[in-house]
Design a protein around this ligand. Structure first.
Ligand SMILES: [Cu+2]
Length: 150
């Protein structure tokens, strides 16, 4: 039962060589996977609200908080803008496949939006102090104190 001894002298050297080969393969694999991971562009997480223009319509986060920076992505093959009908805010021209930003109004309200190039495009940007993600609590309207005195 001394099988190990019968393998003799050359065995350790051979094993070492195989080990080096394995390490080499491992390193090559790591490098390959690393460069592969680096080649993939990391999608930058949208920090704020994102509106997408697709098929000549405004979609996405059309309810925003006052004064936030809104990113507008143009998914169409033509240029667009997101422009307030009253002219209070606008993006620059957004080339196809790119994005631009605008600053939402600080005043709460509903704003008609359109596109400088396509006046038929219509949407509404709602500016509200309530974050769109939270469920709106039932509005407790303060009742006017009516005097019961005669
Ligand atoms: Cu347009």
């Amino acid at each position: 039962m001394r099988a190990i001894r019968t393998l003799g002298g050359p065995a350790p050297r051979r094993w070492r060589r195989i080990g080096v080969g394995l390490v080499g393969l491992l390193v090559a694999g790591l490098v390959a996977s690393c460069s592969f991971a680096m080649a993939k562009p990391a999608p930058a997480p949208a920090a704020g609200p994102l509106i997408t223009i697709t098929n000549f319509t405004f979609q996405g986060d059309l309810t925003v908080r006052p004064g936030v920076t809104v990113t507008v992505r143009n998914a169409d093959r033509v240029m667009h803008t997101l422009t307030a009908v009253d002219g209070s805010f606008t993006t620059p021209t957004i080339q196809p496949g790119t994005s631009a930003t605008f600053k939402a109004p600080t005043a709460i309200g509903r704003y008609d939006i359109t596109c400088n190039f396509h006046p038929s495009m219509a949407g509404i940007l709602t500016v509200t102090a309530t974050p769109p993600t939270t469920t709106p609590s039932p509005t407790t309207t303060p009742r006017p104190t009516t005097s019961h005195g005669h």
